[in-house]
Structures are given as structure tokens and as C-alpha cells.
Design a protein around this ligand. Structure first.
Ligand code: GLU
Length: 254
């Protein structure tokens, strides 16, 4: 299977904002295992801004939000890709960095060029690691979040499935911290989830369950099954691919 896997900022950062290299390493182990099982993987990884912020804690003076995003992502993306590069290298897996913007999906020529880049990487066994180019993206033209980006990448690469890893098991019937809330394991096309979805979003990234579900419906309508799962659960990716019925997650059926 060709899989697009999206890892959210909250999965990759510790509470103090620093990069959780132990978690990254565990996810890399799992991705290497899935490749060994014959799956082709495209990774969409957030965490640039969060890890840059963790790295530049000493910066005191006030920066506006654009300056912050540009500065933190410039530093954090270098750190993030460096870690991935070294971790995958231990498995003999070559990775390549793809930084993109919304405009690259709107303009036909850029789109084709990007599609070609993904194709040539996959054909040569190179694992693409995609993120928004937060250093140059213009606020009004940004992706809503990397959930949106991952849906577009899954479609561009003709992935059969998109796995969105967050710090929660999936979509619940109520506030997951309150008793009685149940995990919704299957979502059929056209199901109305509006009663269940919390408007609040994660602290580290830009996304939230609302954006995840609208991305999931759109991808499922395009023939890609979408799974939302908890990236902090042990061996989650391997379990999702090999024992999904016994693994907590929300799956959007095609
Ligand atoms: N591109 C942002 C980053 O790497 C993440 C955007 C999001 O939170 O989805 O920090």
C-alpha cells in the first residue's frame, strides 16, 4: 500500500516545547518496519515552528506572529529534518525534504513539478518528508494546517490511505476527558459529526479535530481511506496496518 502519514506537532514536542526525539525515533522505527512489509510511505511532518520555539527560548524581544513563524520554522525545520535524516539513515533509508506552499497546489505548472518531484523520489526509494514552507508562505495563503496539506499530498501521490497522527485516539462522541465519551471507530461517508467535534485545537499546532474531519471526508470522497489515531501510543502505525480492529482509531470509510 502507498500511505501518507501525517505527524502533528503535538506528537513530536514535549510539554516544554522541545523536540521529543524519543517519540520521533519510535515513529521512525515503525515507518521502517512498514516499509519492510512492503508499504510505500510519504511523511508529512509538522513540528518545525514548535521545535524552533523550543530551541530559541532565550529570545526575549517581542516579535509579531509572522516574524515568529518565520524565525522559528527556519531554525526548527533544520533541526527536524536533520533528526529524521539521521534516524532513517540507521535503517539505510534515504529521506528527502519537500517544503511547499499552497500556491504550489494552485498553479498548474508548480503542481505538476511538485508531483514529478514526489514521483521521482518514490521511484528511487527515497522517503519524502513534507512540510509547509513556513518561512515564505504568506499568511492569507497558508494551508489551514498540515492536515489540509496531508490530504492534498495523499491525493497528489495517489495514496491508498492517509493516517493522521495526533495526541488523541480519534473523534469521540463528547469531550474525551469526560466520562461517557466514546471513540467513534468508523465514520461512513456523509455522516454528520458536527455534534461531536470540539472546536478547540491543539496548543502546539494549527490544526484541530474539525479540520481533520473535513480533510478526512474530502480525502475519503477521493477514494483514500483516512485514519485518525494517537501517535503517542506504542507501535501505533504497525498496529493500525496489521491489527486495526483491536487498535483505537477513527477510520473514515471510502
Ligand atoms: N507547518 C507547521 C510546523 O511545521 C505546522 C502547521 C500545523 O500545525 O499543522 O510547525
Amino acid at each position: 500500500m502507498r500511505l501518507t502519514i501525517k505527524i502533528g506537532s503535538n506528537v513530536l514536542t514535549r510539554q516544554d516545547g522541545s523536540l521529543d526525539v524519543t517519540r520521533m525515533s519510535a515513529l521512525v522505527d515503525q515507518i521502517a518496519e512498514l516499509r519492510g512489509q512492503g508499504h510505500e510511505i510519504i511523511l508529512v511532518s509538522s513540528g518545525a515552528v514548535a521545535s524552533g520555539r523550543g530551541e530559541l527560548k532565550h529570545i526575549q524581544h517581542d516579535l509579531d506572529s509572522v516574524d515568529q513563524r518565520q524565525l522559528f520554522s527556519a531554525v526548527g525545520q533544520a533541526k527536524l529534518i536533520n533528526r529524521y535524516f539521521e534516524l532513517f539513515r540507521e535503517y539505510g533509508i534515504a529521506v528527502g525534504q519537500v517544503l511547499t506552499t499552497k500556491e504550489n497546489f494552485q498553479d498548474n505548472e508548480h503542481r505538476k513539478n511538485q508531483e514529478n518531484c514526489m514521483r521521482v523520489m518514490l521511484e528511487n526509494g527515497v522517503l519524502p518528508i513534507v512540510n509547509e514552507n513556513d518561512t515564505v508562505s504568506i499568511t492569507e495563503l497558508m494551508f489551514t494546517d498540515n492536515d489540509e496539506l496531508s490530504g492534498l499530498i495523499a491525493q497528489m501521490t495517489h495514496s491508498q490511505a492517509l493516517i493522521i497522527l495526533s495526541n488523541i485516539d480519534g473523534i469521540y462522541t463528547g469531550n474525551p476527558t469526560e466520562p461517557g465519551a466514546q471513540l467513534i471507530s468508523i465514520v461512513k461517508p456523509g455522516k454528520d459529526l458536527s455534534d461531536y467535534i470540539q472546536k478547540s485545537k491543539s496548543s502546539a499546532g494549527r490544526g484541530g479535530m474539525q479540520s481533520k474531519s473535513s480533510v478526512a471526508f474530502a480525502a475519503a470522497a477521493a477514494g483514500i481511506s483516512v485514519i485518525i489515531a494517537n501517535g503517542k501510543r506504542e507501535n501505533i502505525l504497525v498496529k493500525l496496518m496489521n491489527d486495526r480492529d483491536n487498535t483505537p482509531c477513527t477510520e473514515f470509510l471510502i
